[in-house]
Design a protein around this ligand. Structure first.
Ligand code: SF4
Length: 357
């Protein structure tokens, strides 16, 4: 079983995409370190990384490499610690995809890498690692390797905190399908799944369950969390777009944006409440659930292809107040309900809080 990484280049550097670990512009200067996987078990319509995530696309991406020796990742990490890069602490280390926890082989490879990096110099990433996942593999109960490796990491460097942030792809099974498999192409990519139920119901269940599976591990260096990660962006509205012009979403039905509280299934409601109970003491911002979407990054060039693709896939279900010919006051008024339930902070504030000891 191969592990696929997406090669990167550091922010502000010229040259090729030829690094496993890179400095990316996220949070305040000096920004973050990232390690980026390729391939995913979902196929979200608004995936910002479709070219190296979608299972029918990643194999043709020139930046994707398979089975890179961990030593090469270590070498790229050490290169960042030396000149010409500044000798300073980066905000955190973020592991993203693709899907970094795609299967046991990915988990083993990732955690072995993190153990080595944490032994060399975890201060360089403030002893904070954030892994972004859809949680499907974990939600099926595949936590043994993760658990053993996190214990090993704790023994090697107890200061390192590992946040696993599960992107929750909807508030009910139909919404999950709309977000993570809008073209209905997933089944061929997931033949190994044995379902007695509909695909979207099973996957949604795993997506939600992953939070509880991680909590059950009760590890001192593991911090599970969730985020509403459906890829478009009511979240732009949550931060700054208080004007209706910023309204952009996928519609669940004619008048209702996805994630609207009227759509929530019982298990999403339970997850929402459990999460807030678990986290509100940690920091006041968690009196609501975090939310993230591509329009938050609207000014970046790499977001535009994702929005273009999304418009094509969702057609009439894609609602953007800037461009619709007939504004829908009912849709726009429902954003207020969403604002009451979710929040989005700046990356600096949000990720720094997640890794705070
Ligand atoms: S889960 Fe994430 S990486 Fe996978 S397809 Fe969806 S948005 Fe892309």
């Amino acid at each position: 079983m191969s592990v696929h990484l997406t090669l990167q280049k550091s922010y502000g550097c010229k040259g090729d995409y030829d690094k496993t670990i890179a400095i990316q512009k996220c949070g305040n200067y000096p920004y973050e370190l990232t390690l980026r996987f390729a391939q995913c078990c979902l196929r979200c319509g608004a995936c910002f990384a479709a070219g190296y995530s979608w299972f029918d696309k990643f194999g043709n991406n020139k930046r994707v490499r398979s089975n890179i020796p961990i030593e090469q990742i270590i070498a790229d990490f050490q290169a960042i610690l030396n000149p010409p890069f500044p000798h300073i602490n980066y905000n955190w280390m973020r592991i993203l995809g693709g899907e970094p926890l795609l299967n046991d082989r990915y988990i083993e490879y990732l955690l072995e890498t993190l153990i080595k990096l944490s032994t060399i110099d975890a201060n360089k990433f403030n002893n904070g690692i954030i892994i972004q996942t859809n949680g499907i593999h974990i939600g099926k109960g595949n936590t043994n390797i993760l658990k053993n490796k996190l214990i090993e990491l704790y023994k090697k460097n107890p200061k390192v905190v590992v946040v696993i942030e599960i992107s929750i792809k909807g508030t009910n099974p139909e919404e999950f399908k709309l977000i993570s498999n809008p073209e209905g192409k997933l089944f061929s990519g997931l033949q190994r799944f044995e379902f007695s139920t509909r695909l979207e119901e099973a996957l949604f269940k795993y997506n939600i369950q992953s939070y509880y599976k991680l909590k059950e591990l009760e590890l001192p260096n593991l911090r599970p969390t969730i985020i509403a990660g459906y890829g478009i962006s009511e979240s732009f509205l949550l931060t700054e777009g208080r004007s209706p012009k910023s309204t952009m979403t996928i519609l669940f039905d004619t008048d209702t944006p996805t994630y609207h509280p009227s759509l929530w299934s019982d298990n999403f409601k339970r997850l929402y409440n459990d999460f807030i109970n678990d986290w509100k003491e940690f920091d006041n911002m968690f009196s609501k659930m975090p939310m993230y979407g591509i329009k938050d990054q609207f000014n970046y060039g790499w977001v535009r292809p994702a929005i273009g693709r999304t418009k094509k896939i969702y057609k009439g279900r894609f609602y953007d107040a800037d461009y619709v010919t007939h504004r829908n006051p009912s849709v726009e008024s429902k954003f207020k309900d969403i604002l009451e339930k979710f929040f989005l902070k700046s990356n600096q504030e949000y990720y720094s809080t997640l890794i705070r000891r």
